[in-house]
Design a protein. Structure first.
Ligand code: 5GP
Ligand code: ZN
Length: 109
C-alpha cells in the first residue's frame, strides 16, 4: 500500500520512535499517547484489519502478541491493556492492523 502511513513507518520512510523491530514486526511510540506508555505493534505486512486476516497470518498474529509480552517485560510494566480496534465503527483510524499496548506505568523513555 503506497500511501499507508504504517507501511511507510515500517520501511523507515517516515520517522518514528521505534522500540522494537525484527523482520516481521515493528513497534513504536504512539504519536498521540492515551496513556503514560502507549506503543503500537505493527506487522510489516500490510493487512488492513482483523477482518482481513487469513489462515496464513496465524503465526504472525502469534508473534504480534509475543512481541507485546516481550516489550512489557523489558519495560518492566506491572500491567497493560492490549487493544485492537477493528473497522471505523470499532474506532480504527489507520487501516493497517496494529496492536495498542497501553499502560499507566511509565517506560522511562
Ligand atoms: P487506531 O484508532 O487506528 O486503532 O489507532 C491509530 C493510532 O495511530 C492512534 O493512536 C494515533 O495516535 C496513531 N498515529 C497516527 N498517525 C501516527 C504517526 O504518524 N506516527 C505515530 N507514531 N502514531 C500515529
Ligand atoms: Zn500498510
Amino acid at each position: 500500500m503506497e500511501d499507508c502511513i504504517f507501511c511507510k513507518i515500517a520501511k523507515g520512510e517516515i520517522p518514528s520512535a521505534k522500540v522494537f523491530e525484527n523482520d516481521k514486526l515493528v513497534a513504536f511510540n504512539d504519536i498521540n499517547p492515551k496513556a503514560k506508555t502507549h506503543i503500537l505493534i505493527v506487522p510489516k505486512k500490510h493487512i488492513e484489519s482483523v477482518k482481513h486476516l487469513e489462515e496464513a497470518d496465524k503465526e504472525l498474529i502469534g508473534e504480534l502478541f509475543l512481541v507485546a509480552k516481550k516489550i512489557a517485560e523489558e519495560k518492566n510494566l506491572q500491567g497493560c491493556k492490549l487493544v485492537i480496534n477493528v473497522g471505523r465503527e470499532g474506532g480504527q483510524i489507520i487501516d493497517h492492523l496494529h496492536l495498542h499496548l497501553l499502560s499507566s506505568d511509565a517506560t522511562g523513555v
